[in-house]
Design a protein around this ligand. Structure first.
Ligand code: NAD
Length: 429
């Protein structure tokens, strides 16, 4: 395993649990130290148990020296593919470096499997890198991962489907052996070519991104027209073609995947001459605009003292990840605009404090809300959905709440005397 982030660490632990011998390499020694000690370097339910089991059994080890993977039969490339600095496409530098290092050190014929999310056509480029560096025969396959942060272990152990992008039967046979446990459990498998496999993950992400932005446009129309977003969501969700998942308007998507994958897709589609991909550029614009709209709503309400409680800075509930978090973005923007911001997050306060150390952090939601002029819910954690608006009312300076995730029971909060606002809700509602 090359790269031990959310993707690589989880995959390494799950493959070890399936009985394989796994050596995982990363260039980050701190991360490897935690993993070797059986500690998950990020919040991921079930990962620490799998790490301890794998490390304890001797089937899973971690190394800073890429030469230690020289004898592996299969190499999974799991390094990051972030947005280019100063560009919108994907930065494939780490992937090329990792592929070159594996090929240079490989001492036996092997299969290199791309698992990172990449623009379609990347494998062609990597084949050139592998051929230039390897002294042995190296084949290339693509096997995208669809895990969701916060559910990474469950998603990896029980995926909806396995996508195996291969160029020949021999590569497929190797992957079928790697995933023998999954195949025996009946996990649906799609065997396909490398390009389709590369496109699969990014396509799933642009579909989700588009859905979220469409819902956010509907929410804004509700705001301006006085229509009821909660009823609209119920009506839409009852249509089996639409369904109820990811159907709440709010601050929009964030994290390390959807924003950069949508941009990389538009950039790559542009290179391929697909002008209609501009649709997805607008998906991105709508998404980013939600953050600005949330800030505007809070500024209308914050009064003289501008004391704002921020509940939630993780990019989504169930995660401690604040990479490109809409919630953290809004919190830091409010502070920059002069608000006295007090933040709470049940999991992500530590990771937020590392990148936004000028915000002040509270140990509980109640503490963050004490004497606040506006309470904002920016991440839909269960803890906040379960808050008691009657009790909280006694703690704040003014009972004004902005539900930027459409996750609170508006009627309950209003009945408790709160002035209730949010994305998707008209001001008079
Ligand atoms: P991450 O940033 O958490 O981890 C990447 C790791 O790669 C880091 O630990 C980094 O030190 C390491 N690395 C970088 N260059 C290296 C090199 N040359 N050799 C060895 N290690 C190197 O990223 P992530 O969230 O795990 O994502 C990795 C890839 O998986 C990305 O392409 C991402 O889009 C994709 N992906 C992520 C998720 C997710 O939910 N996070 C889900 C599916 C796919």
């Amino acid at each position: 395993m090359i790269g031990t982030g959310y993707l690589g660490a989880t995959h390494a632990a799950c493959l070890a649990a399936a009985g394989h011998d796994v050596v995982a390499h990363d260039v980050d020694p701190t991360r490897l130290e935690a993993l070797s000690a059986g500690r998950a370097p990020f919040h991921e339910p079930g990962l620490a148990d799998l790490l301890q089991e794998g490390v304890g059994s001797g089937r899973l080890r971690f190394t800073t020296d890429v030469a230690d993977v020289a004898d592996a039969e299969v190499h999974f490339l799991c390094v990051g593919t972030p947005q280019q600095r100063g560009g919108r496409g994907a930065d494939l530098g780490a992937l090329r470096t990792a592929a070159a290092a594996v090929a240079r050190h490989a001492r036996r014929d092997c299969l290199v499997v791309g698992r990172s999310t990449v623009p379609v056509g990347t494998a062609d480029d990597l084949l050139g890198v592998l051929e230039a560096e390897a002294q042995v025969s190296v084949s290339l396959a693509w096997n995208p991962e669809f895990l969701r942060e916060g559910r990474a272990v469950q998603d990896s152990l029980h995926p909806d489907r396995l996508v195996l992008g291969v160029r020949d039967d021999a590569s497929y046979a190797v992957l079928a052996e790697v995933y023998a446990r999954w195949l025996s459990e009946g996990t649906p498998v799609v065997r396909t070519d490398l390009r389709t496999a590369e496109l699969a993950k990014v396509s799933a992400n642009v579909m989700l991104a588009a859905r979220i932005s469409v819902v956010n446009v509907l929410g804004e129309v509700c705001e301006r027209s006085g229509a009821d977003i909660d009823d609209l969501v119920r009506i839409l969700g009852a249509d089996p073609r639409i369904g109820t998942d990811v159907l709440q308007p709010g601050l929009g998507y964030g994290g390390s995947c959807l924003p950069k994958d949508t941009r990389a897709f538009v950039a790559r589609a542009g290179e391929l001459g697909v002008e209609s991909a501009a649709l997805l550029h607008h998906v991105d614009l709508v998404n980013m605009r939600q953050r600005a709209r949330a800030v505007d709503i809070v500024r209308e309400l914050w009064g003289e003292r501008r004391r704002v409680a921020v509940l939630g800075v993780a990019f989504k509930p169930g995660s401690d990840d604040v990479r490109d978090s809409p919630a953290l973005d809004v919190a830091t923007t409010l502070q920059r605009l002069g608000a006295d911001v007090r933040v709470h997050d049940p999991r992500a306060a530590g990771s937020a404090a590392r990148v936004a150390d000028r915000l002040s952090y509270a140990d509980s939601a109640e503490e963050a809300c004490a004497d606040a002029d506006v309470v904002t819910v920016l991440t839909a954690w269960e803890d906040y959905i379960g808050l008691d608006p009657v009790a909280l009312r006694g703690a704040v300076a003014s009972p004004v709440v902005v539900d930027a995730r459409t996750c609170l029971d508006a009627d309950k909060w209003r009945a408790a005397g709160w002035s209730f606002h949010g994305l998707g809700r008209s001001a008079c509602a």
